[in-house]
Structure formats: C-alpha cells, structure tokens
Design a protein around this ligand. Structure first.
Ligand SMILES: [Zn+2]
Length: 355
C-alpha cells in the first residue's frame, strides 16, 4: 500500500489515567494495552482524534506542529499498531462511508470489525460496494438481512413472494403487526429499521449479486441453486430445518468446496429414497420454523460467513461444510460435505471413485 494509512483508534478504546503523567490505552479485556509516559490530557485528546478520517501524514504534521517530537509520534503509533489497538483504514474505505453524523457514528462501531488489523485497509469499501440477495423472508433471512445492512453491506435485497404469517415475526425481523402484508415489504422495513440508508431495491439485470443467501429450508433441490451454480454466483444456505439451524455450505462456483448437488448426492448415497423425499420437502411452502434463539444464532452465524466472504481473505469455514446449531445447547457442529465424485461441478461423472 503506497498511500498513507488513516489510523483509527475506536472510540470505545478506554483511555485510563494511572497518574497525572501516565496513561493506559486499552488492555482491560484480556487484550494487550499500552502504557504511555509522559502523557498529559493533551495526549489523550490527540488520541481521541485518531478517528480514521485523516491520513497518518496529516496526523503526524498536526502533532509536530503541536511540538511533539517526530520520534515520539512514530513510537506511539508503532506501539498502538503492535498491540493491535490501531486500525489502518484506506482512503477508499472513507470514500465508501455514508455521509452525515448518524451514519458516521454507526460506521465507527462497525469499522473495527471490518478492518481488524494493520494493513487490511480496503475491506470496508469492499463491503460497502457489495450486493447480497437474501432469498426467503424467513425467521432467519430477515434478521440476517438486517444484520448485513447494519454491518455495512451497501445493497441488501430480500426476495419473497408470500404474505407475512403470524409465525414469521421474530426479533430483528418482521413484526407481529406485519401479518398479512407482503413479506418482501415487511422484510424491507425490518432492514430499514436497522440501517436507514442501505439500498434495498431489487438488483438490475446487469448487476450480479456478490452472494445469494438461500434461506428456505430445502434449497438444494430448488432449481434456483442450479441457476446460481451455472451463473457462477456464490451462494450460502442459512436456514432452520425443523429445529436445527443450518449454515452452509457456502458454494463458490469453480472453487474447491463442491456444490449443493454434491451434498444432495451424498445424502442419496446414504438413502436411495432421498430424491423422492427431497422433492416433497421442496414442493410445499414450508411452515415457519425455529425457536427465536435458534433463528437468531443461525442468522448471526450466517452473517459471519457472508462478511468473511465479502471482505476477502481465506475461504470461510462453511466452504464444503455446514455448521449445524441444534437446541438446547446450540453449539455449532461442523459437518463436511466434500465434492461428490459423481457431481458435474468438479468434472466428475458416473463411475468415478469415491474419496
Ligand atoms: Zn457438486
């Protein structure tokens, strides 16, 4: 990165006074902190101005103008970086932020999680420019859409054709008062409550989504998943089947993890009757499913996977695997679904040798 980073010290980082000249920055939650001396109130005030909106060059110039020696400035910034307290934004991240004090306050809380350490600048911009389609305004899909929008995803569209039922209402999703309204409209209202400026419109034909989340319970048998695979659109399953939350697999067409048909083929190997069962499961409008805690934990687990994919970096854990969340403990259990040798997604065919 050749541009000067924009250092951000999150507003929630404690600045604690040990004596009039000794300041402790962070270090109270099991993470590393930094003690600085000499550090009067003016140092604390300067640290609070590290809000990510100015380049390191500008910050340095300001501190030098205040009479702070250059090596002291450099040591302080290096110390903050080495303890992981400082987040380096890229100029592009800031251009991608929404204007206005309310949006800045919201983004200030989301940015540290999106830009977790020095050198990861640009992730926020990637998130802001991403478009996610949530297919199914379910008790998982709507809270998930709201969480994604609140986390900075710039475009979140919830797709559904049904009318809201009493059982669809869930914390963070559609409300009891929405019963009878079109689910897509009720879902859009829920997302708007969480993030007023997010684009909620359907994507135009020339804009492919960066990810589609399939929130209906039996998406593998759905023709939609085959179309996504063909179009090369990444897609993730996030749903509650009966009582069990299921997140994954995250399918990256052309990647290493296999597809939804692979998982379906493994099931068919276990039970030859599976295709007939799956066809019946997918043929009907499923009843609302999942306890509130299961739905919300499933939505949050899915949101972590979506954001990991949008932000870039290593493949999320659900590539080629599902995380299953079963009450009452709801501790996630990882179940692997490797590519099936008979599935066309990996050039396989009938007669290939199972792994
Ligand atoms: Zn496959």
């Amino acid at each position: 990165m050749t541009e000067s980073p924009h250092p951000l010290l999150p507003a929630a980082t404690p600045l604690l006074r040990l004596d009039p000249d000794l300041l402790q920055i962070g270090g109270v939650d099991g993470r590393d902190g930094l003690r600085v001396q000499p550090a009067g109130d003016e140092v604390a005030a300067r640290l609070r101005r590290l809000d990510g909106r100015r380049s390191e060059r500008a910050v340095r110039a300001e501190w030098l103008a205040d009479g702070v020696p250059g090596d002291v400035v450099d040591d302080l910034l290096a110390g903050l970086r080495s303890t992981g307290l400082l987040h380096d934004l890229a100029a592009a991240d800031l251009l991608a932020a929404e204007p206005g004090p309310a949006a800045v306050a919201r983004a200030g809380l989301e940015l540290p999680a999106a830009v977790p350490r020095a050198g990861a600048g640009g992730r926020w911009r990637a998130r802001r420019q991403s478009a996610v389609v949530v297919d199914g305004a379910t008790r998982v899909g709507v809270p998930l859409a709201a969480v994604l929008a609140a986390s900075g995803v710039g475009w979140v569209h919830v797709r559904d054709r049904g009318a809201t039922r009493a059982g669809d209402a869930v914390v963070g999703g559609v409300t009891a008062a929405d019963e009878g309204r079109p689910r897509a409209l009720a879902a859009a209202d829920a997302v708007r409550r969480a993030s007023p400026l997010t684009d909620l419109r359907p994507l135009p034909p020339d804009r492919a989504p960066d990810l589609v989340v399939l929130c209906r319970p039996w998406a593998a048998a759905d023709p939609l998943s085959a179309a996504l695979q063909q179009a090369g659109t990444p897609h993730l399953v996030a749903t509650v089947r009966e009582e069990t939350g299921v997140v994954g697999p995250l399918v990256l067409p052309g990647g290493s993890g296999g597809c939804l048909r692979c998982a379906d083929a493994w099931r068919r190997d276990d039970d030859p009757a599976w295709p007939r069962l799956a066809a019946q499961l997918a043929a009907v409008e499923p009843a609302a499913s999942g306890a509130t805690i299961t739905c919300l934990l499933t939505a949050l687990t899915a949101a972590v996977q979506v954001l990991a994919h949008l932000d870039g970096g290593d493949d999320p854990v659900t590539v080629g695997a599902t995380l299953e969340l079963r009450p009452p403990g709801i501790l996630p259990r990882l179940r692997r679904w490797p590519p099936h040798p008979g599935c066309v997604c990996h050039g396989g065919g009938r007669g290939a040798t199972p792994p």
